[in-house]
Design a protein around this ligand. Structure first.
Ligand code: BDR
Ligand code: CA
Length: 313
């Protein structure tokens, strides 16, 4: 079996962590590196979280930290959703190995240079590392098979009315990505707000006899606290869409669009705008993931949690 080489780039974060559980559970993926980016919390905190998640999952891969701030402007963090640590809730094992001495961009470049097959980058935080990589190493663009990203929303935002959090934190990096010519799969709010799991559904995950599953259930408990206050009936699994849309495209609906990122707007900075009517006459630069079979999505998460068996108890 030809496994798909992956770089996991994110700001964990409860839903980033669950995305990484899904990636680690699927034997078709070969996780080559983890890179962290400031977003849900500060870079120090999300890097520590990434190392603890790797320890939980038994992932022995290099982990490198990215930039501490976005390309332009100040960092925005999301403690309301993810807590003071960026990953509040269950206790986690301490990191098992040392952090890489390389920067996130250098580690990404090394993986791209050394891989025989083209690499998929899964970017579930602000696009700062990806944007920086594309600027620093344009010669490596054709070593990237696909960037599978959670970010944006073609119909609405979640941090401001038009802008989603990951894109709003660093619109310039997202702009570079959308203008790079690298194949891009966009899981925006259009699909991720439909990728919902309800509290009664994650009880079956809690009931499993393994530490990963129990941790996932406890992450969902925490993540749901704020979502419930906002009126949601369940937890919206944004970042997991970027993994499952790769591994199980049959449960998703896709549309190809030319999408641009607003970097100037007074009220709309960070918005992702699709040229639905092809007014600009440009070729699509992105495959937008628009819908999901929610029940199958939940089944896949349940199966992934079950795959950790009793080995990690
Ligand atoms: C995105 O923002 C973060 O809080 C989540 O981890 C996800 O990547 C959703 O807007
Ligand atoms: Ca995230």
């Amino acid at each position: 079996m030809n496994r798909i080489p992956l770089i996991l780039d994110g700001d964990p974060g409860h839903d980033d962590a669950i995305a990484w559980v899904l990636a680690a559970a699927d034997e078709r993926f070969d996780i080559r590196a983890i890179t962290t980016v400031a977003g849900n919390q500060t870079l120090d905190k999300v890097t520590y979280n990434a190392r603890r998640i790797a320890a939980l999952l038994g992932l022995d891969v290099p982990i490198a930290r990215g930039r501490e701030i976005p390309m332009v402007g100040d960092l925005i963090i999301a403690p309301g959703y993810h807590g003071v640590s960026g990953l509040d809730g269950p206790s986690l094992p301490e990191p098992a190995g040392e952090e890489s001495e390389l920067s996130a961009v250098s580690l990404m470049a090394k993986v791209l240079e050394e891989s025989e097959d083209k690499v998929v980058i899964v970017a579930t935080g602000p696009q700062t590392n990806v944007g920086s990589l594309l600027v620093a190493h344009p010669e490596l663009k054709d070593r990237i098979e696909l960037i599978s990203t959670m970010g944006g929303g073609l119909r609405n935002g979640n941090w401001t009315s038009p802008a989603e959090f990951n894109i709003l934190v660093d619109p310039e990096s997202a702009y570079i990505e959308y203008h790079s010519g690298v194949p891009l799969q966009m899981c925006g709010l259009d699909v991720t707000e439909k990728a919902m799991i309800y509290p009664e559904e994650w009880e079956q995950i809690r009931d499993m006899d393994n530490k990963v599953a129990k941790t996932v259930a406890a992450w969902l408990d925490f993540f749901f606290i704020h979502l419930k206050e906002l009126g949601w009936d369940g937890a919206t699994l944004h970042d997991p869409c970027s993994i499952l849309s790769l591994s199980h495209p049959e449960i998703f609906t896709f549309r190809d669009y030319y999408v641009d990122v607003e970097i100037k707007g007074e009220y709309s900075r960070g918005a992702t705008i699709a040229d639905y009517r092809n007014v600009l006459g440009r070729e699509p630069n992105c495959r937008a993931v628009m819908d999901v079979d929610r029940e199958k999505f939940v089944e896949l998460l349940v199966e992934a949690c079950r795959s950790f068996g009793g080995n990690h108890e």
